[in-house]
Design a protein around this ligand. Structure first.
Ligand SMILES: N[C@@H](CCC(=O)N[C@@H](CS)C(=O)NCC(=O)O)C(=O)O
Length: 237
């Protein structure tokens, strides 16, 4: 049984999608980031960056002690290698899938995160910051649209690259993007959305956090925004 430390956010969905696709047995340990559970000492032992998702593989392939992992891209790659699924096995195909996985991790995820922050969460609406991140996300949607113009998935067959990208395209409206401008992304989104494992992964999120509410209260904002080294150290318990 694999332990998943999870909250109902895009980076969390990536891993439930993989686990549902692969049919691996897993247990969800909810880490409610709006309540500050990411600062618990026990969680920081597994995820020193105080972010979800994280996993503990209690049955690693080498038969040794449990493997702890944080960072969703590293987790997806580890699980793909463990199961030998959702990553091409040939050298070139594997390199492409890893490349598009890292593209998501280094570009789409961080930019969409900042876009969400300045467009939706920041109390003070700063036009420069909103435009910068909304435009950058728009550029990245364009990159993905071109990539998908002549192939069904980001890299070869459906892979961990698609699983990483998908949860960051689902909220395109909140990202201030119009899917009509990105027809190949739209077709890809619909095809990934209709996969039974993806439907199950998002249903799990509803079970765990039925309201699916974002960050609403002043208390949640104080926990999530403006973190410093000192505030994390003080919150650890
Ligand atoms: N690069 C990290 C980002 C993880 C991340 O930002 N997780 C968010 C939820 S999507 C989180 O745990 N936030 C808690 C906090 O900000 O304290 C990954 O992909 O795993």
């Amino acid at each position: 049984m694999l332990d998943l430390y999870y909250w109902t956010t895009p980076n969390g969905h990536k891993i439930t999608i993989f686990l549902e696709e692969a049919g691996l047995a897993y247990r969800i340990n909810p880490v409610n980031i709006g309540k500050g559970e990411q600062f618990a000492r026990a969680f920081l032992e597994i995820s020193p960056n105080n972010r979800i998702p994280a996993i503990v593989d209690n049955e690693p392939a080498d038969g040794g002690k449990p493997v702890q992992l944080f960072e969703s891209g590293a987790i997806l790659l580890y699980l793909a290698d463990k199961t030998r699924r959702f990553i091409p096995s040939d050298l070139r195909g594997r390199a492409e899938a890893i490349q598009w996985l890292f593209w998501q991790m280094g570009n789409l995820g961080p930019m969409a995160g900042q876009n969400n922050h300045f467009s939706n969460y920041a109390v003070e609406k700063l036009p420069y910051a909103i435009d910068r991140y909304k435009n950058e996300v728009n550029r990245l949607y364009g990159v993905l649209n071109r990539r998908l113009a002549d192939r069904p998935y980001a890299a070869g067959d459906y892979s961990i690259a698609d699983m990483a990208i998908y949860p960051w395209i689902v909220p395109y409206e909140r990202q201030g993007q119009k899917l009509e401008d990105f027809p190949h992304v739209k077709r890809w989104l619909e095809s990934v959305r209709s996969r039974p494992a993806v439907v199950r992964a998002y249903a799990k999120a509803k079970e765990i956090n039925p309201s699916q509410a974002g960050i609403r209260t002043a208390e949640e904002r104080a926990i999530l925004f403006g973190q410093t080294a000192a505030s994390v150290a003080a919150a650890a318990r």
